[in-house]
Design a protein around this ligand. Structure first.
Ligand SMILES: [Zn+2]
Length: 86
């Protein structure tokens, strides 16, 4: 389910994020292939959905812990696919 708009879609059509430890906190990162494990947090491949989810604090709510959301993650979403890499 997309954390931005709430649409139910196959995970394969959503963008996967997860929270990883960074500088003593948990930070949201891209995990499109699921290689990082952990709890998957999903949005549509849409910048708008990511931003809505961030504004609504949907990521920490879904992760059930405090998560730092770097809004630059939105730069890699939508309009022709994801930017690979950290
Ligand atoms: Zn969405």
């Amino acid at each position: 389910m997309c954390l931005g708009c709430g649409v139910r879609a196959p995970k394969s059509s959503l963008v996967r994020f997860t929270a990883v430890p960074r500088d003593g906190r948990l930070a949201l990162v891209h995990d499109d292939d699921g290689s990082l494990g952990g709890r998957g947090l999903y949005t549509c491949a849409s910048r708008g959905c990511f931003e809505r989810a961030a504004q609504r604090r949907a990521f920490p709510r879904a992760a059930r812990t405090a998560v730092v959301v770097d809004e630059s993650l939105a730069d890699g979403i939508g309009d022709g696919g994801m930017v690979s890499g950290a």
